[in-house]
Every structure is written in structure tokens, then in C-alpha cells.
Design a protein around this ligand. Structure first.
Ligand SMILES: *[C@@H]1O[C@H](CO)[C@@H](O)[C@H](O)[C@H]1NC(C)=O
Ligand SMILES: *[C@@H]1O[C@H](CO)[C@@H](O)[C@H](O)[C@H]1NC(C)=O
Length: 219
């Protein structure tokens, strides 16, 4: 009897997850095309090709002006950067938006880095702002190149090796199930860096943004 109940609960749980997965689109506020246009406009508006700060400012001002704060929470704190160690790559990120089904961050490093993209439960659109990203997947013998202004699209459930050969910054938009991506982003703290302050701030900012969004009904 106990096993029958457990199986029933498991079945219900799986069915609920499958159903939620079919309706997740209704909670999306951003879309890949307008994020790409915004990234390109930010590049065009910058006085120098390497002026990441002015591009970020353009992006955040635009998002704040186009999305009412009653609908979505945008993090205006452009100084709020934390390290990101994941899949062997290292850089820093500024979380512009984080909710259950979407996130928008600036990720990059002026030094260059290389690693595994991670195998994610969300579609990922990596809009290059400054520098260049290279990518490779087993089976292809040549690399893919993503210069500033282009998008590296990584569909849910796919993984690649990537490299920011030199300095590179990107506007990364992910849509799908964001909380399931967090272990990839955080586990290196326990197996490698032991950088507890970074872990604390990553949790604090992500939690604050997700909860602020939930409170205004943005799932
Ligand atoms: C925001 O950026 C988009 C894409 O570049 C542009 O079409 C729109 O007019 C901008 N809106 C504001 C309020 O700046
Ligand atoms: C950005 O480019 C300008 C002009 O090419 C140069 O003078 C400046 O030193 C560069 N800044 C950085 C941070 O690389």
C-alpha cells in the first residue's frame, strides 16, 4: 500500500511538472528578438567598442523605461557584481533580472576564460556586447565564432565548450526553469573556490530579485 501511494504521488508530481512545462511561456515578459535589438542598440550607442559600462547603462535605462515596475522587477544597481565560477570558466556577473522562468544578466571578464556551458533546463541567448566568444561541440571540427552584436543561441538540453579568448562581455538572456540552473552556477564554491562571501551575495541577490518578482506576480 505504501509503495502504491508513493508511486501515485510520483506520478502526480511528474504530471504536474509536465503540465507546468507546457504553460511556462505565459510568464515570459522579455523575448529573444527584442533583447537582441537592445544589445545591438547598446553597442551602437557606446562611444567606444570597448565601453561596456555605457552599454550596460543603455540596457538598464531602456529596460527600466519600457517595463513598468508593477509588472517586472529590474535590478538598477549597476555596481552589484559577483564572481561566477561554473563549468571551469570564471567571470563576473551583474544580475539585471531573475525570476522563476527568466533571467537577464551581464556576464564576462576582461581576461578571457574557457569552460563547459552547462546542460540547462532553459533556452539561452548569449548576446555578445564586447569581444568575441568561440564555441565548439563534439563532432564539428571547426569552431563557431560569435563577435560583438551576434547571439549565441544554446537550446535547452544542449551543451558546448566555449571560450572567451580575450576580454568579452555579454548580455545573457535565459528562459525556462531558472532555479534548476542554479546548482551549476553555485557548485564550484563547494568543490573548488570555497568563496563563501561570493556564494552569500549570489544567493542574496538572486533570492531578493526572485522574491521581488514573485511579490508582483512575475513568475
Ligand atoms: C528600447 O530599445 C529598443 C530596441 O533598441 C527600442 O526600440 C526602444 O525604442 C527603446 N525604448 C526606450 C524607451 O528607450
Ligand atoms: C578603449 O578603446 C579606446 C579607443 O580605442 C582606448 O583609448 C581605451 O584605452 C580602451 N579602453 C579599454 C578599457 O580598453
Amino acid at each position: 500500500m505504501r509503495w502504491a501511494k508513493r508511486l501515485l504521488f510520483l506520478g502526480l508530481f511528474i504530471a504536474t511538472c509536465q503540465w507546468l512545462d507546457t504553460i511556462k511561456d505565459r510568464w515570459y515578459i522579455f523575448d529573444p528578438q527584442s533583447i537582441h535589438e537592445l544589445a545591438q542598440a547598446a553597442i551602437a550607442s557606446a562611444p567606444h567598442q570597448n565601453d561596456t559600462g555605457s552599454m550596460i547603462n543603455h540596457i538598464v535605462s531602456n529596460l527600466t523605461a519600457t517595463h513598468p515596475s508593477s509588472v517586472i522587477r529590474i535590478n538598477p544597481k549597476q555596481q552589484e557584481w559577483v564572481f561566477s565560477n561554473a563549468g571551469g570558466a570564471m567571470g563576473a556577473m551583474y544580475i539585471i533580472h531573475a525570476s522563476i522562468t527568466e533571467y537577464l544578466i551581464i556576464f564576462g571578464t576582461p581576461l578571457g576564460t574557457e569552460g563547459h556551458t552547462g546542460l540547462h533546463t532553459a533556452d539561452d541567448y548569449f548576446n555578445i556586447l564586447v569581444g568575441e566568444q568561440w564555441a565548439f561541440k563534439p563532432g564539428s571540427l571547426e569552431m563557431e565564432r560569435y563577435p560583438a552584436g551576434s547571439v549565441h543561441y544554446l537550446p535547452r538540453g544542449t551543451a558546448k565548450q566555449y571560450k572567451m579568448h580575450e576580454g568579452c562581455f555579454a548580455l545573457e538572456y535565459a528562459r525556462g526553469w531558472i532555479p534548476l540552473m542554479l546548482p551549476f552556477g553555485l557548485l564550484d564554491t563547494f568543490t573548488s573556490t570555497l568563496d563563501i562571501p561570493t556564494l552569500y551575495h549570489t544567493f542574496r541577490i538572486t533570492g531578493r530579485e526572485m522574491i521581488s518578482n514573485l511579490l508582483i506576480g512575475k513568475i
